[in-house]
Design a protein around this ligand. Structure first.
Ligand code: URA
Ligand code: SF4
Length: 205
């Protein structure tokens, strides 16, 4: 599977499926453990990510590293990706046609990594992965179970940098992530989780 991921990365290195290819420096594919249990999905590369070709390496990335560390996770053990792989100019939101062109790559990543938990960082990732249009203020910290994945939306680290008051709520979300991770890691506890074959509740927190 790991090789599959590298193959995919190779395939999109020169992607020109949307206009973002004209202004990018690097395609930012994503990085981490190709067999990660936990996948973080952001929105799209910013300036530093575009320069370096790596996800979450700017200020928001430092905060994400700290957020992971707070729940005992290292960058190397998770996988980090984005909804769009090329930087939208000036860090604007990606346009719907850009997301439409790129989202297939994220789907392929999910299929190949096959994480058990997906953490959506911010509104855009939540909208594309969970198809929830309600605001992140309302949805953050809830645990969804969809087609084999636990999906947990939380605030984007950039939002936390702009509004540090939200960090308390984000911390509570992270503790939820840690708890679900411990449960999926501990087979003996799986009775605690919603049935995989039954009809799991839409949100169970
Ligand atoms: N913000 C994102 O959404 N993704 C990155 O990779 C960096 C900043
Ligand atoms: Fe290709 Fe995605 Fe980059 Fe658009 S954003 S050029 S679809 S890799």
């Amino acid at each position: 599977m790991a090789d599959n991921l590298t193959q995919l990365q190779e395939n999109i290195r020169a992607c020109d499926k949307c206009r973002l290819c004209e202004t990018r420096t690097h395609v930012v594919f994503g990085e981490g453990n190709p067999r990660a249990t936990l996948l973080f999905v952001g929105e799209g590369p910013g300036e530093w990510e575009d320069k370096q070709g790596r996800p979450f390496v700017g200020k928001a990335g430092q905060l994400l590293d700290n957020m992971m560390a707070a729940i005992g996770l290292k960058r190397e053990e998770v996988y980090i990706a984005n909804v769009v792989k090329c930087r939208p100019p000036g860090n604007r939101d990606p346009e719907p046609d850009e997301v439409a062109a790129c989202i297939g790559y994220l789907r392929e990543q999910v299929r190949r990594i096959h994480p058990k938990i997906i953490v959506c960082l911010g509104r855009i990732a939540m909208r594309e992965i969970l198809h929830e249009t309600a605001g992140i203020m309302r949805m953050h910290g809830k645990v969804f179970y969809r087609t084999g994945f636990y999906i947990i939306p939380t605030y984007h680290p950039s939002a936390l940098l702009r509004n540090p008051d939200l960090k308390r709520e984000a911390w509570s979300d992270l503790k939820t992530v840690r708890r679900i991770l411990d449960e999926v890691n501990n087979e003996e506890n799986t009775w605690d989780l919603p049935a995989v074959d039954g009809k799991p509740p839409k949100a169970w927190l």
